[in-house]
Design a protein around this ligand. Structure first.
Ligand code: ADP
Ligand code: MG
Length: 747
């Protein structure tokens, strides 16, 4: 059964009650397996089986309950967003223009403003009626339609509150105006036309400010989308041709001049250059590229003129993988949001009940049946209680937090992972390719039987078929010495151990001590040398030819620049740091010491690594496993949280909760910090919006809050939640100092 994923754009949501309603309706659909609605991005993420349900069904269902739905287009929503801001601004200005005369007319209501002359025209209730009506029904129309659908679906939302509050004020005022013309005759009378008008004006102002600030929360995606180059200079039939990148094919050859942005991913063919990859990795130091090296689309070519071969389709480029991942993370829900969802589900009903109770208490007991005052208090309750801020609290912080992370090459899979990361307490590092650069170089060669050149040739020939970093070191050394590699038969690799093969009729075995032991080969002659080399931090591989121990090679791998600083940072955060490796303890210990790690688990086979993680979890540790994502997959999958370093050409690493598109290990403490700060931010937002309601509702009930002040306060509470979330954009994530202080010349 085909399981499909899609992101829909949803229009017309006003608060958390709306999003949880759509979510509920869609999750009841047969064939829909997962739904996440995000109020901040106004999107729905769906997983559904194509066999049971079609997108058209889903869209029409969403529209039936009163919202708009459409398939998200690839373009940046930048333009849409601007249009949205403009429309909201116009609505607000129109409402404000009509409300101003009403504000003026209010001067007559209060003794302290009574010195302001009010033209008798404005004091006329029917003139006020004419000003208030367009606000109530033209600008306010969306509230009525929203409330209508909400009530029909038995899931009342904030529209219901607004409609109840403003309509009560409006219709009561008509009654007062009617009374004025028939009974009082001529003399000006108090009405409440301004109440509803101001309220709607303030809510519209809130929506406009919300749209303005929301725009800034989506900045990360916008920046990424804008990185995409539109055209490329392709060499076809010996001629340079400028074509749109959509028309590029795999194996096309592209020419890049200094200062140009690289259009799509590929492999360098001719020339060499430095490339600034900071827009994707967050690392400011240019990277040297030579023939055979990968080039990543959207990065900036600094100094060289080069040609390269396209090796990925546009939709599979690193940039597009990153955009997809960030969109998904930003549009997903964090578990903490459940708090807000549960509350907003019952909120409206409770508020309506409180408002009715307020009305009765005022009308019957507190005043001698003063309809006006009773109504004012009830309307204030209805308005102040809108759970808008509550609905925005979580998604806005997740959006800003994960966006900020992405700017530094830290890609969370979902909001859930962003919430979980900082809770881990034990960090397990793989050695080769994670703590070390993963490109070992051969440093020593020794023979006990036969000629070094012969043994290296045999070993390297066999290793050519292996993908292990140690194998590439031997192959490279052999090629550099000018040896010709020979034909290989019956190749067999045992992971974490070594290899065996026939080269030119000779049985060749290369690998660890255990591997030779398993093959019953005696290597005691080399014992002393092995020890010595390992104590220099080198990895030693033994070679046997025709079942006799023949020689050994040592390879050394460099520690990553950022390792020492990252590990000390992690330890100062109170995390336990462990190194886990298949290498021998002697060599592992040296590397660990250099990196500042005192706990080492060495000599572990790949399957054993997962068992080590399982044991740690049994000891109630919350394990964060850091690996390179290739031979560490089982360990990554077993840990509470998995972090993979991407090799720079493929970003979406399946087993990982978090991918780093950089080899700067400092991003690990940074990611933990972002996780911690984002969750703290969400909690602040939730507490603030709940507290706001808890304090404001009793004040409104007491009648001390004018309804229009309630409207303004509500608008401001939404905006303040967004502003608080935007503080996450300021988290600083410096490059690690040893790199930052070392400028690289590329001119
Ligand atoms: P790590 O945990 O450091 O990533 P592995 O589990 O991949 O290491 O391998 C453990 C050890 O097995 C290596 O240090 C190396 O000595 C040996 N080994 C694995 N594969 C090969 C190979 N193809 N050739 C030689 N030695 C190998
Ligand atoms: Mg490894």
């Amino acid at each position: 059964m085909a399981n499909n994923q899609i992101i829909l754009e949803i229009g017309g949501m006003t608060c958390a009650a709306c999003s949880s309603r759509i979510e509920k309706v869609l999750s009841r659909f047969q064939g829909v397996n997962q739904v996440h609605i995000n109020l901040a991005t106004e999107t729905a993420y769906l997983e559904y089986s194509t066999a049971d349900v079609s997108i058209a069904d889903i869209i029409s269902r969403v529209e039936k309950i009163g919202y708009k739905a459409s398939i998200q287009e690839k373009k940046s929503n930048n333009q849409d967003h601007r249009r949205d801001i403009l429309a909201k601004k116009r609505e607000f200005l129109f409402a404000a223009l009509l409300s101003l005369p009403l504000l003026w007319s209010m001067a007559a209501h209060f003794s302290f403003t009574s010195f302001i002359p009010v033209p008798s025209l404005l004091a006329n209730p029917w003139i006020q009626f004419m000003l208030a009506t367009p606000i109530q029904f033209v600008i306010g129309r969306a509230f009525y339609t929203g409330a209508f659908y909400a009530i029909r679906n038995k899931t009342p939302n904030m529209d219901v509150l607004v409609v109840l509050g403003t309509s009560a004020a409006y219709f009561y005022s008509i009654y007062l105006a009617y009374e004025w013309s028939t009974v009082a005759g001529g003399e000006s009378s108090m009405t409440y036309f301004e109440t509803g008008a101001f309220l709607i004006t303030f809510i519209k102002m809130g929506k406009w400010l919300e749209a303005l600030t929301k725009g800034r929360t989506g900045l990360a995606i916008e920046k990424l989308v804008n990185l995409q180059v539109k055209t490329a200079t392709v060499i076809r039939n010996g001629k340079d041709e400028q074509i749109p990148i959509e028309l590029l094919r795999i194996d096309d050859v592209i020419r890049i001049k200094p200062g140009e942005r690289i259009p799509v991913d590929g492999e360098l063919l001719t020339g060499s250059t430095y490339v600034d990859q900071s827009m994707l990795t967050g690392e400011s130091i240019p990277v040297k590229k030579e023939p055979g090296d990968p080039l990543i689309g959207a990065t900036l070519n600094k100094n060289g003129s080069v040609t390269y071969r396209v090796n990925k389709r546009l939709e599979d480029t690193v940039l597009n993988q990153i955009i997809r991942m960030v969109r998904e993370a930003q549009g997903s829900k964090a578990p903490i949001q459940r708090v807000a969802d549960v509350i907003s589900e019952f909120f409206v009903q409770i508020v309506v009940c409180i408002a009715i109770a307020t009305f009765i208490i005022w009308y019957v007991w507190l005043t001698s049946q003063d309809l006006g005052l009773a109504m004012q208090a009830a309307i204030s309750v209805l308005v102040i209680a809108c759970p808008c801020a509550l609905g925005l609290a979580t998604p806005t912080s997740i959006m800003v937090g994960s966006g900020r992370a992405a700017e530094h090459g830290i890609l969370f899979k979902r909001g859930e992972q962003l919430e979980r990361l900082h809770k881990t307490d034990t960090i397990v590092f793989d050695k080769t390719g994670t703590l070390t650069v993963g490109k070992p170089v051969m440093t020593d060669a020794m023979t006990f039987e036969g000629d070094v050149a012969d043994i290296l040739t045999l070993a390297a020939s066999a290793e050519k078929l292996s993908e292990h970093p140690v194998a590439s070191a031997l192959v490279q050394a052999a090629l550099e010495k000018g040896h010709l590699l020979q034909e290989v038969n019956d190749f067999n690799a045992v992971s974490g151990m070594g290899i065996e093969a026939f080269v030119h009729g000779q049985a060749v075995i290369v690998g660890t001590r255990n591997w030779l032991k398993m093959n019953q080969i005696d290597y005691t002659a080399g014992e002393e040398q092995i020890m010595r080399l390992e104590l220099e931090g080198k990895t030693v591989v033994l070679v046997a030819i025709n079942h006799t121990f023949a020689g050994l090679f040592a390879v050394a791998d460099e520690l990553r620049d950022s390792a020492v600083e990252a590990i000390s940072q992690l330890r100062s955060m109170g995390k336990e740091v462990i190194m886990l490796t298949g290498d021998h303890m002697n060599a592992a210990r040296i590397i660990a010491n250099k990196a500042g790690i005192d706990q080492v688990i060495a000599g572990v086979l790949p399957e054993g690594k997962a068992q080590v993680i399982r044991d740690l979890r049994k000891a109630r540790k919350k394990v964060l496993m850091v690996g390179d994502g290739i031979n560490d997959a089982p360990a990554l999958a077993t840990a509470n949280f998995s972090l993979a370093l991407s090799n720079g050409t493929d970003v979406a690493i399946e087993a990982a909760d978090l991918t780093l598109v950089t080899d700067n290990l400092m991003r690990i403490p940074h990611a933990i910090e972002i996780s911690r700060r984002t969750i703290k931010n969400i909690k602040q937002n939730l507490v603030a919006s709940l507290l706001y309601n808890a304090i404001a509702i009793p004040i409104a009930m007491s009648g001390m809050l004018m309804p229009w002040v309630a409207g303004a306060a509500m608008a401001l509470s939404s905006v303040s939640v967004i502003l608080n979330a935007l503080r996450l954009q300021k988290i600083s994530m410096p490059a690690h100092s040893s790199q930052g202080g070392k400028p690289i010349e590329y001119v």
